[in-house]
Design a binder for this molecule. Structure first.
Ligand code: CP
Ligand code: NVA
Length: 298
C-alpha cells in the first residue's frame, strides 16, 4: 500500500470510475499476466481475471501445488521464469517475504493479491467504495473491529495516505503491526486510535469494517482466537447503532455469519459488502492501466 501516494490513489479512482461506466477499450491487448496463488481465492481471482479479459489481456493461473515449486524448485528460479514469459505477476502468498523475493528476481511488475501482512488491492477498492457511497473521503471516520490482520494493516496505511481518521478495536494480543502503527502516529496523530473497546472505536464512525477472526494460515490458533474475539468483537446491530447515523458496514469477504458479524448486519440495509466486492474489479483494472502507463490511451 505504501508504494502509492495520495495523487496515485486519486488517479486510480478517477480511472476506476470511468471504467465502471464502461469507458474502456482493449488497452491490455498485448499483455499476459500470471496469477500465482498459494492460497484459495474467489473474489481476487475472479476480479483480476475478468477485468484483464475486459481490457483485452490474457491470464495464466498457477498455484504452488501444480508448479515445480511443489517439488523443490527455488522461488528465485521460479521468479526468473515469470519474467521470461509474462508482462506482470499477481501473487497471493503465505509469507510477505515470498512477494519480496519474487519482486527482487522477476524484473516485471508484481502486485500483492494478499500476504500475511497486507491486502492492498482490497483496501484500495474499499476506499473507492467509501468515496462512492459517501460522495467524499473527507469527513469520514473508519472503525475497524476484530483482528489486526492483513486487511487492517493495509486499511491503516490507506488511511494514512488519504488522511482519514481510523480507530481500531482488537484484543490486546491481536493488534495490527506495531511498525505500521508507529509509521502512522506522526501522520494521523490523534485521528489514529488503537483500543480494546469496540464501543469506543465506533463512536462517530461513518464506516464500520470487520474481517474474519481466523485468516488463511491462522487455522492452528482457531480456538484461541475465537475465545479472544467472541462475543466482544462481533459486529452486531447494537454496535452499529452506536456509530454515526447512516454509517455503512464493510467486510472484505468471505464472511462467517455468527462469528465476526451477525447475519442481520451483513444482510441488512447498512451493508455495502457486495458493491465493495464488485469494485475490486474496477479499481484493479485502473491499477493495471496505471501500472503499465496506459492511462493516456483512455
Ligand atoms: N476479499 C478477498 O480477497 O476475497 P478472496 O479471498 O475470495 O479473493
Ligand atoms: N484476512 C483474510 C482476508 C481474506 C480475503 C485472510 O487473510 O484470510
Amino acid at each position: 500500500m505504501s508504494d502509492l501516494t495520495k495523487h496515485d490513489v486519486n488517479e486510480i479512482f478517477t480511472i476506476a470510475s470511468r471504467l465502471k461506466m464502461n469507458k474502456y477499450g482493449r488497452q491490455l491487448e498485448d499483455k499476459v499476466l500470471a496469477l500465482f496463488f498459494e492460497k484459495p481465492s474467489t473474489r481476487t481471482r475472479l476480479s483480476f481475471e475478468a477485468g484483464i479479459r475486459h481490457l483485452g489481456g490474457s491470464t495464466i493461473y498457477l498455484d504452488a501445488v501444480t508448479t515445480q515449486i511443489s517439488r523443490g524448485e527455488s522461488l528465485e528460479d521460479t521468479a526468473r521464469m515469470f519474467e521470461r514469459f509474462v508482462d506482470g505477476l499477481i501473487a497471493r502468498v503465505y509469507k510477505h517475504q515470498t512477494l519480496e523475493t519474487i519482486a527482487k528476481y522477476a524484473r516485471i511488475p508484481v502486485i500483492n493479491a494478499l500476504s500475511d501482512k497486507e491486502h492492498p488491492c482490497q483496501v484500495l477498492s474499499d476506499l473507492f467504495t467509501i468515496k462512492e457511497k459517501k460522495g467524499r473521503l473527507e469527513d469520514q471516520k473508519i472503525a475497524f473491529i476484530g483482528d489486526g490482520n492483513n486487511v487492517c494493516n493495509s486499511l491503516l496505511l490507506g488511511c494514512g495516505i488519504m488522511g482519514i481518521p481510523i480507530s481500531v478495536a482488537t484484543p490486546p494480543e491481536f493488534r495490527p503491526s506495531q511498525k505500521i502503527i508507529e509509521l502512522l502516529q506522526p501522520v494521523l496523530k490523534d485521528q489514529l486510535v488503537i483500543t480494546s473497546e469496540p464501543e469506543q472505536a465506533v463512536r462517530d464512525a461513518s464506516v464500520v469494517y470487520t474481517d474474519v477472526f481466523v485468516s488463511m494460515g491462522d487455522e492452528a490458533t482457531k480456538e484461541k482466537r475465537l475465545s479472544a474475539f467472541l462475543p466482544k468483537y462481533q459486529v452486531n446491530q447494537k454496535l452499529m447503532s452506536q456509530a454515526r447515523n447512516g454509517a455503512i458496514f464493510m467486510h472484505c469477504l468471505p464472511a462467517h455469519r455468527g462469528e465476526e458479524v451477525q447475519a442481520e448486519v451483513i444482510d441488512g440495509s447498512q451493508s455495502v459488502v457486495f458493491d465493495q466486492a464488485e469494485n475490486r474489479m474496477h479499481v484493479q483494472k485502473a491499477l493495471l492501466l496505471k501500472m503499465f502507463n496506459l492511462i493516456s490511451y483512455l
